[in-house]
Design a protein around this ligand. Structure first.
Ligand code: OSB
Ligand code: MG
Length: 375
């Protein structure tokens, strides 16, 4: 296979509801879509980088630069067969996982299309159990203005059928909020995500949170740490889940080795791509640690790829892959992802490739910048 042309699309899409985390409030989601042409097919990938370097050092600006000046020129005209072959041309680029993952995503879409199978099937081809048709999902709720607002929002999503609720916390909006949620909903699968807003000096706070019977505590400490997470995990019975801290399969291995956490949130963008995400899935499975797929407020393109990855057998915990309506009044794909209320799942696309159709008119509507490379 040879990619002859790549178009980058920088979009800015209005979210249906502002999303507040410990690193800021998002009312719009900027993203870059990669449109890769090869042999009469078009493959799509989505770059998870956000407009500001709050979650990660990558931004839509850095990703555009890295793709335009290095990844795209090296990928164009490069003859490849499997995905490892595709990655060979850009392996020399250090870091910039989200930029790389976006291009790798488009390559996976092309690869699965060329074989006439869904991305889920393609990713699962070497697993005896194959891939799942439906993926367990939950919902991630941002920091709300008041506890009352939060309890209403939890109820809203429970009524829609989401079985697992994740609450964002930040300093000053943590213990009291979590206690109120647990008191109002004593038995639901509940978890928190601190997005690296705390330090080891906050261990006493987490010991109190430890009593709330949460599913997991996601990324309490620094985005580049595993050492202090291991010190904190030793003081808690609730499993720590690592998100920001894990950038490579090797780091996942080290974290499990030192008991820095007992669950890993896999985001293909954060770890460099679906190939790396699958590696982490495999190594966790070997050690009997469960994984789940995190979300980055993706459009339908990124969500379709996340669903395919989360259909692998060891994605046993509910993923942050919610229905289209939770994010967008109007998505840029034709399909709408809906929650299967009876079992809190979303059905994995089964058409060839990522299995969704991009609506180019809507891409154009939300586009703030575009550039094409190659012929
Ligand atoms: O930490 O998991 C996170 C969104 C943007 C950046 C980081 C995170 C999130 C979410 C949203 O929690 C998950 C979703 O897409 O539903
Ligand atoms: Mg997180």
């Amino acid at each position: 296979m040879k990619i002859s042309k790549i178009t980058l699309h920088h979009l800015s899409m209005p979210l249906v509801h502002p999303f507040e985390t410990s690193f800021g409030v998002e009312t719009h989601r900027d993203c870059i879509l990669v449109e890769a042409h090869a042999e009469g097919m078009i493959g799509w990938g989505e770059c998870a980088a956000m407009s500001r370097p709050g979650y990660s050092y990558e931004t839509t600006g850095t990703a555009w630069h890295i793709m335009k000046d290095f990844l795209v020129p090296n990928s164009l005209g490069h003859e490849w067969q499997g995905i490892n072959d595709f990655m060979e041309a850009t392996r020399w680029v250090r870091g910039h996982a989200m930029a790389k993952a976006a291009l790798q995503g488009a390559a996976w879409d092309l690869l699965a299309q060329s074989e006439g199978i869904s991305l889920g099937k393609k990713l699962a081809e070497s697993y005896p159990a194959g891939s799942k048709a439906r993926v367990n999902v939950g919902v991630s709720i941002g920091v709300q203005l008041t506890i009352d607002d939060l309890l209403k929002r939890i109820q809203l999503f429970l009524d829609k059928g989401y079985a697992r609720i994740k609450l964002k916390i930040k300093p000053g909006r943590d213990l009291e909020t979590l206690q109120a949620a647990r008191e109002a909903f004593p038995t639901i699968p509940l978890m928190l995500d601190a997005n690296s807003a705390y330090t080891l000096a906050d261990a006493p706070l987490f010991q109190k949170i430890d009593k709330l019977n949460l599913l997991m505590i996601e990324q309490p400490l620094a985005y580049d740490d595993i050492f202090e997470h291991s010190k904190l995990q030793a003081q808690l019975k609730t499993p720590i889940c690592l998100d920001e801290s894990i950038h490579t399969p090797a780091q996942a291995e080290w974290a499990l080795e030192i008991d820095a956490g007992r669950i890993i949130n896999i985001k293909p963008g954060r770890v460099g791509g679906l190939w790396e995400g699958r590696q982490i899935h495999d190594l966790c499975q070997k050690r009997n640690f469960p994984v789940w797929c995190g979300g980055m407020l993706e459009t339908g393109v990124g969500r379709a790829a996340n669903l395919a990855m989360a259909s692998l057998p060891n994605f046993t915990l509910p993923s942050d892959i919610s229905a289209t309506e939770r994010y967008w009044a109007e998505d840029i794909i034709e399909e709408t992802f809906v929650l299967n209320k009876e079992d809190s799942t979303i059905t994995v696309p089964n058409k060839p490739g990522i299995g969704v159709t991009v609506n180019l008119a809507r891409v154009e509507k939300y586009q703030i910048k575009t550039e094409s490379f190659g012929l």
